[in-house]
Design a protein around this ligand. Structure first.
Ligand code: FES
Length: 108
């Protein structure tokens, strides 16, 4: 497993309440600014792959636009049955005015 730190946006590009999609070497990632704290999580819903960055963000809950599965953006945990599923979440770091995430890539 190789951990990589990747710059994804400038801090000013993700204001409070915003939700955006980025792609890192083919990996779909959603980023959300929740009251000034940035959260990064997989953009791919665990149900049938819906795009979570196109969903509804209310508080720390993201709801998939396709069939309504909901997840905590803090932990990635599913909030609807089957509870216990998780989305990957990624550590977020701010370096100067750059917003970075850390990804653990599988060894090939
Ligand atoms: S694809 Fe997300 S709820 Fe079905």
């Amino acid at each position: 497993m190789a951990r990589e730190r990747v710059r994804v946006l400038r801090v000013g590009e993700l204001g409070p309440g915003r939700l955006v999609y980025v792609e890192v070497d083919g990996l779909p990632v959603a980023l959300a600014n929740l009251g000034g704290t940035i959260h990064a999580f997989s953009d791919t819903c665990r149900h049938e792959g819906g795009p979570l960055s196109a969903g509804a963000l209310i508080g720390d809950t993201i709801t998939c636009p396709w069939h309504g599965w909901a997840y905590s953006i803090r932990t990635g945990k599913s909030l609807v049955p089957p509870v216990g599923l998780r989305l990957p979440v990624y550590p977020v770091l701010i370096e100067g005015d750059e917003l970075c995430i850390e990804i653990d890539w599988p060894d090939l």
